[in-house]
Design a protein around this ligand. Structure first.
Ligand SMILES: NC(=O)c1ccc[n+]([C@@H]2O[C@H](COP(=O)([O-])OP(=O)(O)OC[C@H]3O[C@@H](n4cnc5c(N)ncnc54)[C@H](OP(=O)(O)O)[C@@H]3O)[C@@H](O)[C@H]2O)c1
Length: 253
């Protein structure tokens, strides 16, 4: 039996990943602040186990409490594999350094970087001495490797996530575990995050016009397409631990 945990499954890419996994008869635990009722009814139609757990990933005490409980329940069932998608993320604050407020900086780093670190650490620790393989997918961004003016905090959070992914992979290889951890860069997708980006000002975000054009010219990727490629890689491919995959290479194959 396989279980998947998806953070940020209430909308956007996370929702598409959850839908595809339910279609594949994989039990899903969704973690975000709001629940997506469509996922619940899809799971009921398919007769698959599904649970939504409300959690604010910017609060470390909530993360600890919620994921300890999830890990406890899942490992007790001795699943063959647990798929952990650290997908939830925020783009804000979009502003030049010097004009940033303190609270959104801290919130971004907590959700985009600290939450995946805490959750990964907890699951790898619980997997120790069990036969369950843990596969971790950290959703990153092209912004991790490209400086985008106005996105200093987001770029830094995703660059940190890439390095955390790569370092964890090296450690797991050295420990000779069967666990796999990869990064996944989904490309520019038509989600709420892009709406937030388009609602900023050119003063705060130099590339605003380019991102507005992506939408106007229908250049944004559809989340279902992206999720299918990612899930294909995870379920039927052999993802290389430590690698940061980009949607472009998956669409080409
Ligand atoms: N869209 C793009 O073009 C793009 C490009 C590159 C990378 N990405 C990455 O892809 C991932 C998914 O992005 P998306 O575009 O699908 O975003 P989205 O549509 O804005 O969805 C974000 C998800 O994160 C959850 N989330 C946000 N803050 C949270 C919090 N404090 N606690 C718990 N959950 C929280 C939201 O759930 P609730 O609001 O219900 O809590 C939601 O389900 C992110 O990691 C993003 O950085 C996106």
């Amino acid at each position: 039996m396989k279980y998947a945990i998806i953070t940020g499954a209430s909308k956007g890419l996370g929702e598409s990943i959850a839908k595809r996994l339910l279609q594949e008869q994989i039990a899903v635990i969704s973690v975000s602040r709001t629940e997506n009722k469509e996922l619940k009814s899809l799971a009921m139609d398919k007769g698959i186990e599904y649970k939504h757990i409300s959690c604010n990933l910017s609060l470390e005490t909530e993360i600890q409490e919620v994921f300890m409980e999830i890990a406890h329940c899942l490992f007790e069932n001795q699943p063959t594999e647990i798929l952990l998608f650290n997908n939830a993320g925020v783009i804000e604050p979009i502003q030049k350094v010097g004009n940033l407020d303190q609270t959104p900086i801290i919130r971004n780093i907590k959700i985009n970087l600290i939450a995946p670190m805490l959750i990964t650490n907890l699951f790898l620790s619980k997997a120790h001495l069990t036969n369950t393989k843990v596969t971790i997918i950290n959703v990153t961004s092209g912004a991790a490797i490209r400086s985008i003016e106005g996105w200093s905090v987001y770029c830094s959070s995703k660059a940190g996530l890439n390095m955390f992914t790569q370092t964890t992979a090296v450690e797991q290889a050295d420990l000779e575990t069967k666990h796999t951890i990869i990064g996944f860069s989904p490309g520019v997708m038509d989600t709420g995050m892009q709406e937030t980006i388009r609602s900023t000002t050119e003063d705060a975000f130099k590339e605003l016009e380019k991102f507005k054009e992506y939408k106007e010219k229908n250049m944004l990727l559809d989340t279902d397409t992206v999720a299918h490629r990612l899930v294909d890689l995870v379920l039927t491919g052999t993802p290389e631990s430590g690698k940061v995959y980009h949607i472009k290479e998956l669409l080409e194959t």
